[in-house]
Ligand binder design. Structure first.
Ligand code: BMA
Length: 363
């Protein structure tokens, strides 16, 4: 009888972790939020992508956003239908890509239960509503919104449960809740909850999803880039080595190129050392220059810094008509994006699939 190697012993998250470890020896991956849903000149066409329309290849990493799932909504906060989202997540996995998920849930204290945001003025009721500093406390055990929040977590769990391949395999996912928590623009931000409350919030969600059997999640912690983000600061709200597999930073260029480069460089130096000391995967979990006001940005600003570090990936935010962070064929940054695409150490889908082949053979 032919002996079969049992490949089912390792969880999907362990396998993803190993794949990421191997890939980052080769280079860093490019990621894009909401890539297959819409771009600057199109929306909801099958198999389309601004990135693919520029360079001919899919992003290695795609980001998806669950905001709205907690309300039982059919579409997320950016109007992406959840059924379509599940399809695209499965598709990206099946084409060999890597999936990451974020969640910007409504504010459980100020949102209107059972209703939409109609009648409420942005940011009232949203993740960005920071008028009340007891939101986290209110959803923890014993709080007035604890039961409501349990319903919200259940809806996340139900969505995740649908993310399986046609042969029933769970899809590995980099799950990145409660991000940019060292700023104070989300209801889980630094000035809105104590360290203990933040950690309890993290644990509540992680424990719930773990209890539901999701061993396919790779948990990512990602505070925002900041001049004071040293190791001690990073550790302050860090949920713990046993809870985190991927350590990230979200860092956009909002000001001058020089300030961005200096801060990103310093933060990545800290992050990659932090990761090496603890056996974690480092990544630039969000970044971008809004509307690519400097079209050379990809190769003049970003990659010279990233080339210095062995990070797993960087992900730019969505291409929304009024605010975009990825390339588009009609925009002047497209040739510079292609220049970046041609770099050997910047990895898109085709390249990571070659490595995946190797990785499968080695395991
Ligand atoms: C923000 C903006 C918003 C969007 C949110 C969640 O950065 O892009 O328009 O609703 O992310 O994707």
């Amino acid at each position: 009888m032919k002996r079969q190697i049992d490949r089912t012993r390792k969880s999907q998250s362990q396998r993803l972790m190993e794949r990421l470890e191997m890939l980052r020896k080769k280079g860093y991956m490019f990621g894009h939020q909401d890539d297959p849903f819409y771009g600057l000149t199109w929306d909801y066409q099958p198999d389309s992508s601004d990135v693919k329309n520029v360079c001919g290849d899919w992003p290695a990493v795609m980001g998806f956003e669950l905001g709205g799932i907690e309300m039982g909504d059919k579409k997320n906060l950016d109007s992406v239908p959840f059924t379509r989202m599940a399809e695209e997540i499965i598709k990206h996995h099946e084409r060999g890509g890597i999936v990451t998920i974020s969640w910007h849930p409504r504010n459980p204290l100020t949102t209107i239960e059972g209703g939409g945001l109609a009648g409420q003025k942005f940011p009232e009721g949203t993740a960005w509503d920071v008028t009340n500093t007891t939101v986290v406390k209110s959803i923890l055990e014993g709080g007035s919104k604890h039961e409501l929040f349990k319903t919200w977590m259940q809806r996340v769990s139900d969505f995740l449960a649908g993310l399986k391949t046609s042969d029933g395999q769970k899809i590995p996912i980099i799950f990145r809740p409660w991000h940019e928590n060292t700023g104070s623009w989300f209801w889980w931000g630094e000035k809105l909850c104590t360290v203990e409350e933040y950690k309890a919030l993290w644990n509540m969600l992680q424990d719930k999803l773990t209890a539901d059997g999701f061993d396919n999640l790779l948990w990512a912690y990602s505070p925002g880039m900041a001049s004071n983000l040293d190791e001690a600061k990073y550790l302050e709200r860090y949920p713990g080595n046993d809870r985190i597999q991927l350590v990230g930073i979200d860092g956009y260029q909002w000001g001058s190129k020089e300030d961005f480069v200096t801060q990103l460089d310093a933060n990545l130096a800290m992050l990659t050392k932090f990761a090496a000391d603890r056996g974690k995967i480092p990544a630039l979990t969000e970044c971008g220059l809004k509307n690519l006001t400097d079209p050379t940005w990809w190769t003049s600003t970003l990659t010279p810094v990233l080339d210095k570090y062995q990070i797993s990936y960087f992900l730019v935010w969505r291409n929304y008509k009024e605010e975009w962070f990825g390339p588009s064929p009609s925009k002047p940054d497209a040739p510079y994006f292609n220049e970046m695409y041609a770099k050997k150490n910047v990895l898109f889908l085709k390249e990571i699939n070659n490595s995946q082949y190797l990785w499968q053979r080695l395991n």
